[in-house]
Design a protein around this ligand. Structure first.
Ligand code: GDP
Length: 440
């Protein structure tokens, strides 16, 4: 059975660890959307020691030599970022070859003018900035939808690439001039483009055929989401969202796998909530407790270093994610971060203009006006770090988890009690009930 791992909140749920832990049980790991704004932290074992590494674009499976990693057609690829990430991995002794890293010829390219446009557009928004990572991802998706984007496959035809780069750069420079952005040097870009062709062409493939054939050959595919459900362009807190389909729909449009191939979908969810950048966040804590969670949870952006906003677990969001993605189970992370709190709150509904609702409103204005309706549970005030059996957890932590699962409407297949792969409670009964067996 194939498995999709998707963020169930606003991202940074710890998907990297969960994917990294599950990768050994799969043959192929594929990403389906987003760009190098993702930041998956994985631990790479090198020379007998563990080394922390942040992957931005390449699927987390790359650290497992026998796996094939596929950057699907729904991803936007900055060739500079991809080449740099490949070089960094190789420098750390990780094998990166055309055999284990394949990039879809239909993925779209992020070009330097997209980065310049991202900066200029975001600066023009002033106080209403979306909080993009300024990596050109939004403008690259805009070009894709406007049907003027360049696809990765065009790197296999340097002459055609040069022609198209020139035409697109001229057009982008006109737009940049209007927005007060820096123009892009066309000749330099064309020259750089020919280097990209040389370095990346061996990895470019029609990954739609590759993935479907792999499936027919009986290989198991792990589909890795980036960002998260509440940042989905359609289902998230628009306009404070990312530019792609980060919820489960993207797993099909962004890989070429049919819906029937997706199999089980597991949502990764933190024991509390964080959010990076602007946008509504009903359970946000702007106090000492929020600060304590940020410090203990190391809640600073893996890609940008930005401090993340922190708040209580929001079951309205969790239920919505379970519904949108058809989550068969959840992987709860960072339970240990709450170990020292006296009491812990959980949001069960929103009060918006005097009305209580258990639904996520469609617009950012209503969600910004939402006051969380909360339950308060007692903290367990004892360490849970590294605990690997549910029954070994303090009873109040068990009660907290049972309540979260009940409110969210899905069981926990995994409960993560620390950053290491081994610091995880695995519920094999839940996995079996979902049709997935990880036991050898
Ligand atoms: P991702 O983009 O969803 O993979 O999220 P991040 O890369 O930001 O991962 C979250 C961070 O939390 C990483 O540094 C992980 O090593 C760490 N982490 C993951 N799970 C746990 C956990 O259960 N407890 C603690 N304390 N840290 C965790």
């Amino acid at each position: 059975m194939n498995l999709a791992i998707i963020g169930a909140q606003w991202g940074d749920e710890g998907k990297g660890k969960i994917v990294d832990m599950l990768a050994p049980h799969f043959d192929v790991v594929t990403r389906y959307q987003g760009g190098h704004n993702a930041g998956h932290t994985v631990i790479i074992r090198q020379g007998g020691a563990d080394q922390k590494f942040v992957l931005h674009l390449i699927p987390s499976g790359i650290t497992h030599a026998a796996k094939t990693c596929v950057i699907g057609n729904g991803v936007v690829v900055d060739p500079r970022a991809l080449i740099a990430e490949m070089a960094e991995l190789r420098g750390k002794g990780v094998e990166v070859t055309p055999r284990n890293l394949k990039v879809s010829n239909r993925a779209h390219l992020i070009l330097p003018y997209h980065v310049a446009l991202d900066r200029a557009i975001e600066a023009g928004r002033g106080g209403n900035a979306v909080g993009t990572t300024m990596r050109g991802i939004g403008p690259a998706y805009e070009d894709k939808m406007a049907r003027r984007g360049l696809m990765v496959g065009e790197l296999t035809d340097p002459a055609r690439l040069s022609e198209r780069l020139r035409a697109n750069t001229r057009q982008a420079n006109r737009l940049l001039a209007m927005l007060g952005g820096e123009p892009i040097d066309e000749d330099r870009l064309v020259e750089e483009g020919s280097q990209w062709c040389q370095l990346l062409a061996p990895h470019i493939e029609d990954t739609t055929y590759y993935l479907n054939q792999a499936m027919r050959d009986g290989q198991r595919i792990l589909i890795e989401g980036a960002q998260a459900t509440m940042l989905d362009i359609d289902h998230g807190t628009y306009p404070f969202v990312t530019s792609s389909s980060s919820s489960v729909g993207g797993a099909c449009t962004g890989t070429g796998l049919p819906p029937s191939a997706v199999g089980l979908v597991i949502g990764v969810i933190k024991a509390y909530t964080t959010r990076v950048g602007g946008g509504p966040f009903p359970t946000e804590l702007n106090d000492e407790t929020g600060e304590a969670i940020r410090a203990r949870g190391q809640e600073f952006g893996a890609s940008t270093g930005r401090p993340r906003r922190t708040g209580w677990f929001d079951a309205v969001i969790a239920r919505y994610s379970v519904m949108i993605n058809g989550l068969g189970a959840l992987a709860l992370t960072k339970l240990d971060v709450l170990d020292e709190l006296d009491e812990i709150r959980v949001c069960t509904g929103y009060r918006i203009n005097g009305q209580v609702t258990d639904r996520v409103p469609f617009d950012a204005e209503s969600l910004s006006a939402a006051e969380p309706v909360c339950e308060t549970l007692p903290g367990w005030k004892s360490p849970t770090r590294g605990i690997r059996r549910f029954n070994d957890l303090p009873s109040r932590a068990q009660d907290y988890l049972r309540r979260l699962s009940e409110l969210s409407g899905a069981p926990f297949a995994f409960i993560s009690t620390g950053p290491e792969r081994s610091e995880t409670i695995v519920d094999h009964d839940v996995l079996r009930a979902c049709g997935l067996s990880l036991e050898e």
